[in-house]
Structure formats: C-alpha cells, structure tokens
Design a protein around this ligand. Structure first.
Ligand code: NDP
Length: 487
C-alpha cells in the first residue's frame, strides 16, 4: 500500500476515534446533567392527579382512590429521589393491563343477553395478581380500577406475596335463577381463563360473587385449563377451599377493631355497633361481634335498613344468613318477621344510635352528613369492611374528630389474607384446621395494625391509620418495583 494511502487511513481512524470519544463524552455529560436535575425534582400529588384527571376524566372512583393514597404518601415518596427519577408514581397508579370483553349468555326465556366483563391486572411486583370479581349492575371501569389500585396496597399490607387485581361484570345475579347464574359464570370464564392461573392471577369473590359463583367459575376454568391447581380462592371446602375463608373479612375487621380499641383501653363488650350490608362481610362481622358480647343494632341491603336498638340475637343472625344466602330475599323480610323498625331506602348512619360503625356494603356509602351525624351521637370508632365506603369529606370529619378510623385496605384485609393462605394450602396440597387458619388471621391483622401504628403515629400520639396503611403498603411495592427495573 502506498505511503499516502496509509497516512490517509491513519488520519481517518484518529479522527473517527476522537469524534466517537467526543460524542460519547458529550452523551455521558448530558446524561449526568439530566440525572442530576431529575435528582432534585419532587413528586407533586396535585400535578400527578391533574394529569390523571386529564387522561381518565370519566373515572371518578379511580381518581378518588388515587388521590387518597398519593396525598398521604407524598412526603415519604419524596424522601427517596430515585422513586421520582424512575417515575414510580405513574407506573404505580396506572394498571399494568386491562382486559375487557363481551359476555354473551342465554337466559331462561331463551333470550340472548350481553354483558361487559373486565379484569384489571394492576401490579404484580410482590406476587401474582390477586383480587376479587364483582358482579353488580353498577360495575364499570372506574370502579374496578379503584378496587384494583386499593387491592395492590392492601395485599402488600398482608405480609403475603400477592399483587393487586380486580375484575367483574355489570351482570347482576339478583333475581336470576341458579341456571342463569351458572351460564353467565361459564360464559365469563370462557373468555377470561387464558389470562388467569395459580401463579399468574388468582381471582376470588366480591359483591355478587360468593361460594356459588366461585364454584361455577372455577369449574369452567378447570375444564378449559385442564389443571387442578387452585387458581380461584373462596372455593368450596371439598375442592380446595380454606376453612375460615368465608368468615375472614368480617372476623378480620373485628380483630383489627379490637387492636384499635386496645390503644385506648376500650372494651368491645356491650358496645352498640351499626353495620351496613347483609352479605358475606356484614354477616361474619356480626357473628364475631356477637361472640364478643357487642350489640349489633343495624344491618341493611340496597333497599333499606333494619334497626334493633337492643341488638340482634344469634338466632336472628341465622335468619338473615338463610334469608340472604338460601332464599336470596330482602332485609325488609327480617323486619316483617321480627317486628323491628325498617327504614326503606335509607342507609343506617343518619338514624341509628351506635358507638361503633362498620360499613360493610359498598363504596361511598358514608358521606359528610352521615359522618357528622355519627360523630354527633358519640361514635368512637369506624372500621371499614367495605372498600372505600367513606367519602373524602367523611374521612376528613373522622380524622378531625380524632376518632379511631380504619380504612378498608387495612381493616378488611383479612379476606385476601386467608385467600393467600388458601393459595399456600393448595400449593402444598394440604388443608389446615380452622383454628390454625384463624390464629394466622389474627397474627396478620395484628401485624397490619402494627404497621399502621409504625407509619401513622403523629406527634400527639394519634394514630392516623389512613397514612399508616398507605405508607406501609406503598413502601413494600415501591421497593419491589425499584429492584425489578422499569417494566
Ligand atoms: P355481598 O354481595 O355478599 O354483600 C353486599 C351487601 O351490600 C349486600 O347486602 C348488598 O345489598 C349491599 N350492597 C351492595 N351494593 C349496594 C349499594 N350500592 N347500596 C347499598 N347496599 C349495597 O358482598 P361482600 O359482603 O362480599 O362485599 C361487601 C363489601 O366488602 C364490598 O365493598 C367489597 O368490595 C368489600 N370486601 C369484600 C371482601 C370479601 O371477602 N367478600 C374482602 C374485602 C372487601 P343487596 O343484596 O341489595 O345488593
């Protein structure tokens, strides 16, 4: 090769290396600058909310749930600049994925009916997606997104390895025959079965979905997936269900209440407790309260409230259980049977005199006026069996009055906790005794209370359970997400 060509090539290589080095250096410096500036940026809950409102304007329940959580974790979040650097908050608020589908089924008259079905897989940083299925005419994307978001923090609090999810349909089992419910459940699962699995996403019950519906859905799942690994929780005892799972949400809520009362040295005995709802959570809350000597003065359904000032008896509670689960009747029939007061079309809170309120029906069932009425007549504690039953205005009233107030994600976490224990039993192909499961449930509820105290105790000693539950639930998910990278 001639000398001139050699010199030409050498100069080219040097220039190329120098350029590459400069570009590389420029890139590194720029990246450092960007990272440095991001290091100092803080998450502003109001900005995150404004952005979510712009993107999801028609989802009020979802936005309400997000607002409650991110305003109470804002300070803690900003103590870790790396969270904001990785835009953790947005990745935590927006679900991993959403499935929506049409469910077509044939009613008893031979008519084809169409409903919407959904599954929100919100976050699986700490374990497989886990959360109930709701069948109610009010179900929409906003309600399921709020429930899946809440479930993520609740499941984190349980100390078990479960991510957050929720699903459901605008199908209402009310007034439907057993065969119609079965056909609907089978059609629903025919669409959903590919997305769920024992280590992927494990559904359970919620409003309108009890043992009957879980049985039908699990049966169809098993047939399609050709496996017998659990996948649903809340199953019948004969095919992998856990003892104490039906009781767990209600019992767990009472255990949590006992821990709260203990912080003030208050005894549950003879306390008047107002309960809303007459479904799974409400009836087992009432059962445990009666065992402990408290007086259950009200229960309700979506048509009205019964009021028994001296407290219902165990025999009357058995009647309600049969009325709701076997005859699928209305709470009004209890008033007709026992001659007590019945408030048509009303919730318990404005009329019923109580020391403690345990809302166990649905979201936003205690508004500001209800909260003020409860406080005015001396209510000392509110422990939520339902998910987000108190409006933001009601929560403000409870916190300002410094009463014992437990948000659902802490107080009703017993249900999903025993679901987690059902998953563990299914994996081991074992079945634990009722006493064993109940003891574990008590331990878990005590631990949740401890975490709330740890993260929620204020300077004057008041325990802000909202802040405590949100921060404790958030930190575990946040750490898991950081460790696993941007997904
Ligand atoms: P059920 O379907 O067994 O019972 C729901 C009760 O609430 C029924 O009495 C129902 O009345 C009443 N209700 C439902 N919607 C409304 C409404 N819009 N207005 C007034 N009353 C209403 O459901 P669960 O007991 O399982 O669930 C109750 C709450 O607890 C829900 O918020 C659920 O998300 C929450 N929860 C449930 C868990 C579980 O393990 N089941 C776990 C954690 C939380 P009607 O019969 O007239 O519809």
């Amino acid at each position: 090769m001639c000398i001139f060509v050699k010199i030409y090539l050498l100069v080219n290589i040097i220039c190329y290396k120098f350029a590459a080095f400069s570009i590389c250096n420029f890139h590194i410096e720029n990246t450092q600058l960007i990272v440095k500036s991001l290091n100092y940026s803080q998450m502003k809950a109001t900005d995150v909310l404004a952005d979510l409102k712009r993107r999801f304007p028609n989802e009020p329940e979802y936005l309400q749930a997000v607002e409650e959580v991110i305003t109470s974790i804002e300070d803690t979040y900003n103590e870790y600049p790396e969270f904001e650097r990785y835009n953790l908050i947005e990745r935590l608020c927006i679900p991993d994925r959403i499935y929506s589908f049409r469910v077509s089924w044939v009613d008893d008259a031979g008519k084809v009916q169409n409903n919407m079905g959904y599954r929100i897989q919100h976050n699986n940083a700490i374990g497989p997606y886990k959360g109930g299925i709701r069948f109610h005419s009010s179900v929409n994307l906003s309600i399921l997104k709020f429930l899946a978001f809440e479930q993520t923090f609740k499941n984190s609090l349980t100390t078990l390895a479960m991510g957050g999810a929720k699903g459901g349909s605008d199908f209402s089992p009310r007034g439907k025959s057993d065969m119609e419910v079965m056909r609907f459940c089978q059609a629903f699962i025919t669409e959903l079965w590919r997305q769920i699995g024992a280590d992927t996403d494990v559904p359970a019950g919620d409003i309108g979905v009890g043992g009957r519906e879980v049985g039908y859905m699990y049966g169809m799942y098993k047939k399609l997936a050709r496996e017998n690994t659990g996948t649903f929780t809340g199953k019948g005892r004969e095919f992998g269900g856990s003892l104490i799972r039906p009781e767990a949400t209600g019992y767990g809520n009472v255990y949590f209440l006992l821990s709260m009362l203990a912080t003030r040295g208050i005894d549950i005995k003879d306390k008047k407790v107002a309960i809303s709802g007459s479904g799974n959570v409400a009836t087992y809350t009432a059962e445990k309260l009666l065992q402990l000597g408290a007086k259950v003065v009200s229960m309700s359904d979506s048509d009205g409230t019964i009021y028994v000032p001296d407290g219902i008896t165990q025999e009357q509670l058995d009647y309600i259980f049969k009325l709701k689960n076997i005859y699928r009747g209305r709470i009004r029939e209890f008033a007709e049977e026992y001659g007590c007061e019945y408030f048509e079309g009303e919730r318990p809170w404005l009329r019923v005199k109580c020391d403690i309120a345990m809302p166990s029906a649905t979201q936003n069932e205690i508004d500001g006026d209800d909260a003020r009425a409860l406080l005015a007549q001396g209510c000392i504690a509110v422990s939520e069996g339902a998910n987000m039953p108190s409006t933001p205005e009601a929560i403000k009233e409870f916190l300002a009055a410094r009463i014992l107030y437990a948000p659902g994600k802490a107080a009703n976490a017993g249900g999903v906790s025993v679901s987690g224990l059902e998953m563990a039993q299914n994996s081991q192909k074992l079945s634990w005794s009722a006493a064993e499961v109940d003891a574990k449930l008590k331990d878990i509820m005590a631990e949740i209370h401890h975490q709330c105290e740890l993260f929620g105790k204020e300077a004057d000693g008041y325990i802000n359970y909202v802040k405590g539950a949100n921060v404790a639930g958030f930190m575990k998910v946040a750490r898991a997400m950081m460790a696993q990278g941007i997904l």
